[in-house]
Each structure stands twice: as C-alpha cells, then as structure tokens.
Ligand binder design. Structure first.
Ligand code: GLY
Length: 422
C-alpha cells in the first residue's frame, strides 16, 4: 500500500511512524511535511488546502490511500476531491467535517442525538453581547466564562476566564473581525480526549488520552494548540469509556448518517467527566495533536490497514485493536513567545533522537534543522507506568537545545501522583 499523509505537524510525524510499522505499507509520502518527516517519507510541497493539488499529487505518485491530518483541508473539502478521483481517503467529507468547522452545527447534531454538552448561545451581534455574557458567567453558578470562535481557530480561539472584562474583550475582538461567538457554560471535571475511527455507524475507539491546553504549569496562561498529552488514563474506568462510545459517539455518528452527512475518518470527542457523567466540550474531525503522538506510540495493530478499512467501508470487519502495555507521555517543546508570535529560525540541537517528533521545523540549505513555528517538537516517552513514561519524556526533552524554548513540566503529573478521580 502506498500512503500519502497530508500535514506538517508532530501528529503527521506520529502517523508516518505508525504507518511505517505496518507490513502492508510499502511507500510513504507526505505533503508538505517538515525536517523530521523528510527522513521517513518522500516529501512534496503542494497546497494542501487545494483538493485539485492534492489529487494531482496522489495520482502522480500512485497513492492507494490518502490520510488527511489537519482540519483545514477537511473543512475545505479536500477528502471529497480525493474520493471523487477514485482514491481511498481517510478523512470526512466537507459536509461531515462541519462537526468541527461549525460549533453551531455540532451543537445542533448533539441536541438531536440527545448527547450531553455544555449549554451555549451564539452571539453574532455586538449589541447582544453584554446581555449574553450576563446569562453565561458567574454568579449564575459557573466557575468561568467560556468564549469560543464559532469556526476554526487552532485551539487558540477559546478563552476560559473568571474575568468578565477579559471574556468581553475576546468576544468583542472576534465579533469585530466578523466571527460569530459561541458562549458556553463551564463544564467542570477532568478532560478526556477519546479518538474513534468511524465509518458511518461503525465506531472503533482508540485509547483515551488527556491533553494540556494552557501554556503554563498548573494550567496557567493562555490556551495553545496543546502543550502535552498522555495515554491511557489510569483514573478513567473502562465503563466510562464504554459509556462515552455508546451514549455519545455512536449516537452522533448515527445522527450524521441520518442527516446524509455520514462521517468517515477520525471523530475526536473532547469531553469533561462531570459529577453527572461525561459531557462533550467539542468534537473534532481529525486526530488530535498532541494526543495522537501518545496514543499511536502504544498502538500494536497495523495503522495503515485500520485506516484503509475505514476509508473503504470495511471497518466493521477489522476486529479488535491491539495495544502495547504501559503508558506514553508527550511533551511539546515550544518556541519563545508561543502562543504569541513565535521566534523562528534558531538552530535546534538534539532533534534527531528516537522519540522526537517534528512540527515547526525546517531544514536550512546548510543542513541544519531550524525552528519554523510555535510548537516546534513533540517528545514522546514510554514506560511501564506513568512515572516511567514521564521520566523518559523529560530526560529526552532536556537533551534538546533550542534558544528561548519552553515546555510544561507537569504533563501527566497529577495522574502519576493519583490526584485525579472521577
Ligand atoms: N489537542 C487539541 C486538538 O487537537 O485540537
């Protein structure tokens, strides 16, 4: 099988490494990739938001399967174009990708499917903002205001704050730039990311993971695209995972089928485990980053065959997934000033080691690997238990040198110390 992966992050690096372990995968290509993926796949620089460009590339290199990593090409219909050209594609149609691309659509689907999620209201008129903020914030029994961009914002369109002025300022700036705002009630409880391979009504869950969205230790500072993750979750009972699949993901998949927007690809349920049980924070239409780096490090089943089965309507007969024992911890190394405008162009030392996945990296003409984005690397450690996996990840990240870079030191720490319970 010849597989083309679309994207350039550490998630795509993790996908390529897992695909390479599948004995049926003979050739790997990536577009556009980064300085880490170029050593394991043929790399092509095409416009990945253009269905036509991706199809031309897939035809030229004879891809049997295209795997689309990021949400933007999916929301723009790249998977539709690939399928229309007769090439198997792992990733939902433009129509189904609205589950991530439009929070209003996702709320409507969840309401119809009877799935628990935060109460919400869309505000598209600045004149209605203050009254809506009054309905959603403390003291109405809530810990904070949750203000989201209705569309795609790479995780950074979300502000969760107990400060009304900060909530108002974020909402007003979104409205000023023409983006409708979603106000949500705050869901209390530990967060879970559950990735499910889905084809129509067939749902195959992967290991549950937890990610860390704030930039600083102790969940301080602004939201980011994700600063780290670990899997599996020692504090999450198997029965809760089953409940999430049966009461949340399957009904949503069935509702999408009923609407004629059948989902084929990776359906990512972001949840809070509240005192009343799991409730959805968001759905995404693709693998999450950085959780994928941890989850795929533990996957024993052949990833290429799994994704091909979903893409060709054969997921129901794929069988149960196999996993390695133990845990995986991912820590993101971010550039100076991230999640603001990152410092780029610095030489990175130590990025070639096993377990170091590349994201914002590029190779300079002289061969040096330099930083080229905000989240520069994902470092993955595995171990028999969470403390051992944390040790492995932190030992590795401390061996890397990038001027001005920063990382969180508490990824998986609360779980390792048994401080999370549901
Ligand atoms: N881990 C957050 C995301 O992928 O959106």
């Amino acid at each position: 099988m010849r597989v083309l992966v679309i994207g350039s992050g550490a998630r795509e690096h993790a996908l390529l490494l897992a695909l390479r372990r599948d004995p049926e995968v003979e050739e790997l290509a990536v577009a556009p990739g980064n300085a880490g993926t170029e050593v394991i796949a043929d790399q092509y620089d095409v416009d990945i938001t253009s269905g036509e460009a991706v199809v031309k590339l897939a035809q030229r290199i004879g891809s049997d399967l295209v795997v689309v990593g990021p949400e933007v090409p999916l929301v723009l219909g790249v998977a539709d174009a690939v399928r229309a050209a007769g090439i198997a594609c792992f990733g939902p149609t433009k129509d189904a990708a609205r589950i991530e691309g439009s929070k209003a659509f996702a709320k409507d689907v969840m309401a119809a499917a009877g799935v628990r999620t935060a109460g919400s209201e869309i505000v598209d008129n600045p004149a209605h903002l203050d009254a809506a903020l009054d309905r959603f914030g403390p003291p109405a029994g809530q810990a904070a205001w949750v203000v989201k961009d209705d569309g795609l914002a790479a995780g950074k369109g979300v502000v969760v704050t107990a400060d009304r002025d900060a909530a108002r300022a974020h909402a007003a700036s979104l409205l000023d730039s023409g983006h409708p705002v979603l106000l949500e009630s705050f869901l209390d409880g530990p967060e879970v990311s559950l990735f499910c391979v889905v084809d129509g009504e067939t749902v195959v869950p992967l290991l549950a993971a937890q990610d860390f969205k704030r930039v600083g230790d102790g969940d301080t500072g602004p939201n980011t695209g994700g600063m780290g993750a670990y899997a599996p979750l020692p504090w999450l009972p198997e029965s809760v995972t089953t409940q999430i699949v049966d009461q949340i993901v399957k009904p949503v998949a069935a509702e999408l089928v009923a609407r004629g927007s059948s989902f084929s690809g990776l359906l990512y349920a972001g949840l809070a485990i509240t005192s009343n049980g799991p409730a959805v924070v968001e759905f995404n239409c693709r693998f999450g980053d950085p959780e994928t780096q941890s989850v795929l490090a533990l996957l024993e089943s052949p990833l290429g065959q799994l994704l091909r089965a979903a893409a060709s309507g054969e997921l129901a007969s794929f069988g149960e997934l196999q996993w390695h024992d133990g845990y995986a911890v991912t820590v993101v190394l971010a550039a100076e000033n991230y999640p603001g405008r990152p410092r780029v162009g610095d030489v990175i030392h130590g990025s070639e080691a096993d377990g170091v996945l590349h994201a914002g990296t590029a190779r300079r003409d002289d061969g040096a690997v330099v930083s080229s984005g905000g989240r520069v690397l994902s470092v993955v450690g595995t171990g028999a238990d969470l403390p051992a996996a944390r040790d492995a990840a932190y030992t590795l990240i401390k061996s890397i040198r990038l001027p001005g870079s920063h990382f969180r030191t508490d990824i998986g720490l609360a779980a390792a110390e048994g401080r999370i319970s549901v």
